[in-house]
Design a binder for this molecule. Structure first.
Ligand code: GTP
Ligand code: SPV
Ligand code: MN
Length: 648
């Protein structure tokens, strides 16, 4: 066994020492967080065949990784909330008794780092020293995780120094689950190949994260979904704040008034795009604070203040183009890690709908050659000369649908630096939020934008969110609509119904509930009978943001309907309706209407989801009677009210 290094903080030493004994690595490295160290790890990975160094003229300090075919997205089926009682994990989470889970996982961890280096990553979720920031120590045997964590979080010595002798942190352990025998050559992407050997486990009461068998995204970069959402949502409930799957943006009107907006959309439903959007409306300016996670705390004045706990963007690559999201592409210009995209012959990257012509030949995400399509220069196929129709029919994509870029936030040309650093008027409170948006991919029924009539109604809207499942998760239900309350379905650290109650509590406990953000539900994804999008989306979404600001200011009236307040058509500003994608007035009219029949079905589905959240009480019969009806009565009441209004 190698010796556990010394740490000033006894709790850090204990955590590392414990796992050193269990995992028996060949070596232990404590991550310092310097650029030199970061690049040295990248170069070592190039030597080991785990990274491909990209053309340094075009993409300085950028690298490409290709994952194993089984390890391409989050594994919700192998994600567990191991609270002491099953009912506290709730009906939407997988649960196992914490002690049983630990025994099981310890078997997997035993000797799992043989032949590998154990890295100890001190990291901060939020600007170091900010009162809202939390800290973590992730132990991992994956250098890929180290360099991604370096980009996604603030890592290294500064964190260790801040922790001092007895600072607290969330202990995290991660292993790819692929020990090496003496002399055995490593593979490009080590991981446990069988899905049932992977575990993404949260222990909410002990506040620990144990992950095994996967090296991809939210499964392995433990600061992100495991900590900043699952564990943090539980912390937030206990302490009276909120940890949400939300982007944060700063919007400045032509009159120079500033607004801060958060938006919760499910995975791969447009957060990164909205967070860095280039407004099509003249005179409006948008800046980015965060693209995936927001931590919100109530202030003494009743407002909610938000920080982005992350330090980078782990963004969906396909679809990111100079048309759709130029600021994301610019964020990937340097210091970026690409995973599962196409390698071009000149050492650059490519993906579907990048808006860039495909190279004649490239290497696809699986490492196989791919070729430009015969009749569409913007597509690639697995064989030379294939037509667009043939490629489509084969289902082939050259970049995986959940291929991603890991880009430093500081690269983003429209970063709101002050907000990103957790500052508002120089104070480290985070930024005050004016509006909260919920949304999802809904081809029918759900209108373009809908304003909640009250905080409770807004919570109802969030609880009723649904969306088509995307490739961000390994699932056989991709494309089907599922309920995804507050875009948090995969990320609740506790019982979903208690989470709804917590949202309602934010109003009850607010110092001034009139100052809470207004709540909206948006849908950029309505489709016509012919399958085309009825709303251009992207930069045109600024038209909806303007309407929201005008509502906040009381400048425009609304169409008060059973489902909420909808815009009058004339109030959606259509200036600068030019370019490749345009608002079609007839379509706009259609997506501002209440589809009564569709909504009756929608309400029934929401009711059914509530029943599910209520009924699946614990197997633990001692708590069943107390916990069976958990969905807050106030939400049931809104459901009944909307239903009655629709029946009229
Ligand atoms: P996660 O990182 O998984 O949490 O995803 P996200 O919510 O940040 O989604 P992202 O912004 O990366 O968008 C995912 C996909 O949705 C991309 O393919 C985008 O092109 C597409 N998309 C985003 N915004 C819009 C929009 O306004 N309209 C349409 N039609 N598509 C959009
Ligand atoms: C998501 O799935 O919502 C993501 C990607 O942001 S991951 O980090 O893999 O969770
Ligand atoms: Mn996300």
């Amino acid at each position: 066994m190698v010796k556990t290094p010394k740490f000033a903080n006894d709790k850090v030493f204990a955590w590392v020492d414990k796992w050193n004994k269990v995992c028996t690595p060949d070596k232990i490295v404590v991550v310092k967080g310097t650029k030199k160290e970061h690049l040295a790890i990248c170069e070592m990975m190039v030597k080991n065949g785990q990274f491909i160094k990209l053309n340094q003229k075009k993409r300085p300090e950028c690298y490409l990784a290709r994952s194993h075919e089984s390890d391409v997205a989050r594994v919700e089926g192998r994600t567990f909330i191991c609270s002491k009682k099953e009912i506290d994990a709730g009906p939407t989470n997988h649960w196992m008794d914490p002690e049983v889970m630990k025994k099981l996982m310890l078997k997997s961890y035993k000797g799992c780092m043989k032949g590998r280096t154990m890295y100890v990553i001190p990291f901060a979720m939020g600007p170091i020293g900010n009162p809202i920031t939390q800290y973590g120590i992730e132990i991992t045997d994956s250098p890929y995780v180290v360099v991604n964590m370096n980009i996604m979080t603030r890592t290294g010595d500064a964190v260790m120094k801040h922790l001092g002798k007895d600072g607290d942190f969330i202990p995290c352990i991660h292993s790819v689950g692929a020990p090496l025998k003496k002399g055995q050559k490593d593979v490009a992407w080590p991981c446990a190949k069988k899905i049932e050997d992977k575990f993404i486990t949260q222990f909410p009461e002990e506040r620990q994260i144990w992950s095994f068998g996967s090296g991809y995204g939210g499964n392995a970069l433990l600061g992100k979904k495991c900590f900043a959402l699952r564990i943090a949502s539980k912390l937030a409930k206990d302490e009276g704040w909120m940890a949400e799957h939300m982007l944060i943006l700063t919007l400045t009107s032509p009159e120079r008034k500033q607004y801060h907006v958060t938006a919760a959309f499910p995975s791969a439903c447009g957060k990164t795009n909205l967070a860095m959007m280039l407004p099509k409306l003249p005179g409006w300016k948008l800046q980015t604070i965060g693209d995936d996670i927001a931590w919100l705390k109530p202030g003494d004045d009743g407002r909610l203040y938000a920080i982005n706990p992350e330090n980078g963007f782990f963004g969906v690559a396909p679809g990111t183009s100079m048309d759709s999201n130029p600021n994301a592409l610019k964020s990937c210009k340097k210091g970026t890690i690409f995973t599962n995209v196409v390698l071009t012959p000149d050492g650059d990257i490519w993906w579907e709908d990048m808006g860039v012509k495909a190279p004649k030949e490239g290497i696809d995400w699986k490492g196989n050659p791919c070729y430009v399509c015969a009749d569409d220069p913007y597509r690639m196929g697995p064989k030379p000369g294939m037509t667009k129709a043939e490629i489509k029919a084969s289902g082939y994509v050259a970049a995986h649908k959940n291929s991603r870029f890991t880009a430093p936030a500081e690269n983003c040309p429209v970063l709101d630096k002050s907000g990103f650093n957790g500052l508002w008027k120089g104070k480290p409170t985070g930024v005050p939020i004016d509006a909260i948006l919920f949304g999802g991919r809904r081809p029918s029924t759900i209108p373009l934008v809908n304003e909640a009539k009250s905080w409770t109604h807004g919570v109802f809207m969030g609880s009723a969110a649904g969306s088509e499942v995307t490739a961000a998760v390994i699932s056989d239900q991709i494309g089907q609509v599922r309920r995804d309350p507050m875009a948090m379905l995969p990320f609740f650290g506790y019982n979903v119904a208690d989470y709804f109650q917590h949202w309602l509590e934010m109003e009850r406990t607010s110092a001034d509930a009139t100052k809470l953000p207004k709540i909206y539900f948006v849908n950029w994804f309505r489709k016509g009978d012919d399958g085309r999008f009825m709303w251009p989306g992207f930069g045109d979404n600024s038209r909806v943001l303007k309407w929201i600001c005008q509502r906040i200011e009381g400048q425009v009236k609304a169409n008060v309907t059973p489902i909420g307040n909808l815009p009058l058509e004339r109030d959606i500003d259509l200036s600068n309706n030019e370019g490749k994608f345009k608002v079609v007035p007839e379509d706009l009219r259609a997506i501002l209407k209440v589809d009564k029949e569709g909504w009756k079905k929608e309400i029934a589905t929401v009711g059914a989801s509530y029943d599910e959240y209520d009924a699946k009480a614990s197997k633990d019969t001692t708590v069943r009677s107390k916990t069976a009806k958990r969905v807050p009565k106030a939400l049931r009441q809104i459901l009944a009210d909307v239903s009655a209004a629709l029946a009229k």
